[in-house]
Design a protein around this ligand. Structure first.
Ligand code: E4P
Length: 217
């Protein structure tokens, strides 16, 4: 299972990278705005900085919603760095653009996916990743994890190569459940990754081992 961090915050990206388990980064326009990164030039510079920190895939989202605009923007983003994955919204022109990018060998992440039907279309179009937003489904009393199971079943039935990127992961249990259900990737905040470290018996056990070791000194 690949671990992506869902942020545009460089310190957090560095921290996750230093842990040695990071496989990539996802961003979106809201995450960029949260870091105060605005305007195309600054946003492009920021993507380059992220690519310099991590070894893996970095999703960079287009803001156009028409076919020509998505193609223009996506090609510019793809040229920025070889690690860039063009993030395209799940809309009609987005699907057409994903097919175009797929034929040209440009990797894509189909974002804002909330149903199995949308995920099926993304795979048919040749998306590299599909991003079902599980946390946002949970927010409206719909089972986000169930969507991961449905997509896994459909993709396995037909051996689609599109990777399921569980997005909008909010906490550590989401990570564990997505792993059980066979998501290929998860993207979440640093806290969702670091939460995997924690167990009180580990802390108690370690304190006791150190205490006993020190008795002999
Ligand atoms: C995915 O690529 C999105 O950036 C992200 O996971 C959305 O998460 P949120 O619902 O916590 O904003």
């Amino acid at each position: 299972m690949k671990f992506f961090i869902d942020t545009a915050n460089l310190d957090q990206i560095r921290e996750a990278q230093d842990l040695g388990v990071l496989d990539g980064v996802t961003t979106n326009p809201s995450l960029m705005a949260k870091e105060g990164i605005t305007g195309k030039d600054n946003i492009f510079k920021h993507y380059r900085k992220i690519c310099d920190i991590v070894d893996g895939d970095v999703s960079a989202e287009v803001i156009s919603t028409d076919y020509e605009g998505i193609i223009r923007e996506g090609e510019e983003l793809a040229e920025l760095h070889e690690q860039i994955i063009v993030k395209v919204p799940m809309i009609k022109d987005g699907i057409k653009a994903i097919k175009y990018f797929s034929d040209k060998g440009i990797k894509t992440n189909c974002t804002l996916v909330f149903s199995a039907g949308q995920a099926l279309l993304a795979a048919k179009a040749g998306a590299t990743y599909v991003s079902p937003f599980i946390g946002r489904l949970d927010d409206i009393s719909t089972d986000g994890l169930n969507l991961i199971s449905e997509i896994r079943l459909i993709y396995d039935n037909y051996e689609f190569e599109t990777q399921i990127l569980a997005a909008s992961v909010r906490h550590t249990m989401h990570v564990i459940d997505c792993a059980k259900l066979g998501a290929d990737v998860m993207t979440g905040p640093l806290s969702s990754i670091e939460g995997l470290l924690k167990h009180p018996l580990t802390d108690i056990g370690l304190a006791k081992f150190l205490e006993d070791y020190n008795k002999g000194n």
